[in-house]
Design a protein around this ligand. Sequence first.
Ligand SMILES: [Fe+2]
Ligand SMILES: [Fe+2]
Length: 275
Amino acid sequence: MHLSPPPAAGLEASLFRLYRDFFDRAERKRRWSLRDDVPWHQCNPALDPAVADVVESSCAVELYLPDYVRNAMALWRPSRACTWFYANWGYEESKHSLALSDWLLRSGQRTDEQMADLEGRVFAREWDLPHDSSLGMMVYAMVQERATALNYRNLRRRTQERGGDPALEKLLLLVAVDEQAHYRFFQECVQLFLKHDPDGTLEQLRRVMNSFMMPAIHELADGRRRVAQIKGLEIFSEDTYYREVYLPVLESLGVRRSEMRNRLPARKAAGSGTR
Ligand SMILES: [Fe+2]
Ligand SMILES: [Fe+2]
């Protein structure tokens, strides 16, 4: 892993403002209680087990939290804005895996032994960074958060269609709102980098977005089966990625699809507009 140099002073100040806005908004509008805000007595044990299988896979992805935090903190060590963000992010993500595993147990869809087995399999292997640059990982995080928010939104829709479960529906809503807020933070950061270093940022956008895969799920021995279940319930697919992640993210950044191909003339520096 290459330890990145600190962001330039002006850029770091802008990143820190984004972090403070993110944090203030989270404190005011987005904090939720795992104990009090989910109607746990309304779990539906008769819900289609196919939904529970995908909840379990999402829980497994969230359980790789130690690897995400460890790697992100090391990469972004020189930036207070980013490391403070990741401290807050880690707290929120830790709640996600708790919420999903609590639901699997309380609904009766999984036993304590099954959950212990899942945790054992997750912690047996470490998740390695898919990209070696801090900016590449920021782009990756942006895309992954957007994809995760959609994943939970669609899982909630399937839950409603396949028997309903007020507890799961509410927790998926709370988690999806968190993921969308994470996406927005990373998207605003990438926008800053795009102004500051257009060519370097475009290069990372190409590297990451043209070959994106969801994290960690492939690390599991039964990863292939889990991906097939996610596609089977029409929760996430290559097509979802292209239509609902790739194109809208590029549009939000003001990046043209033609710029995502290689061998393009260099962009003009900041202030020249992004299109
Ligand atoms: Fe999460
Ligand atoms: Fe997230």
